[in-house]
Design a binder for this molecule. Structure first.
Ligand SMILES: [Zn+2]
Length: 127
């Protein structure tokens, strides 16, 4: 349902009406004044949450096995409200990139090892 209020030019508001039966959107519903103020205040608080995330202790990830531990810590921090969803999302994405980088490095090391063994056999048996 759309908001029944009219804008100053006489056109309909077009905003989504709230489910409280008022037929008015959050901007036009007088009963929503507190909610609106809270929403505005929360919006203003958003950058502070990012700041809080920046103040977290430095994490050390040296092997692929450290990544799940790191992700569990991020999940805990998200649930505790110490990290905002956007930051947690980015950290999750970067953790995925890290895992891929470790896997690529592992694969390269395995290929090098195979190449070394093949070369050694050729040298020894004259393949
Ligand atoms: Zn409205």
């Amino acid at each position: 349902m759309r908001c029944a209020a009219q804008l100053t030019d006489g056109s309909p508001c077009g905003g989504y009406a709230m489910a409280d039966g008022s037929g008015l959107c959050i901007s036009h519903n007088p009963a929503a004044k507190d909610i609106k103020q809270l929403a505005v205040r929360k919006g203003g608080e958003a950058p502070k949450k990012v700041e809080a995330a920046a103040n977290l202790p430095t994490v050390t990830i040296t092997t692929k096995a450290d990544v799940p531990t790191f992700l569990v810590a991020v999940i805990d921090e998200l649930r505790a409200g110490q990290v905002d969803i956007k930051t947690a999302n980015t950290l999750g994405y970067l953790a995925g990139v890290l895992i891929k980088a470790y896997e690529t490095a592992e694969m390269e090391a395995r290929i090098e090892e195979i190449e070394r063994v093949v070369l050694e056999r050729r040298t020894r048996y004259g393949g």
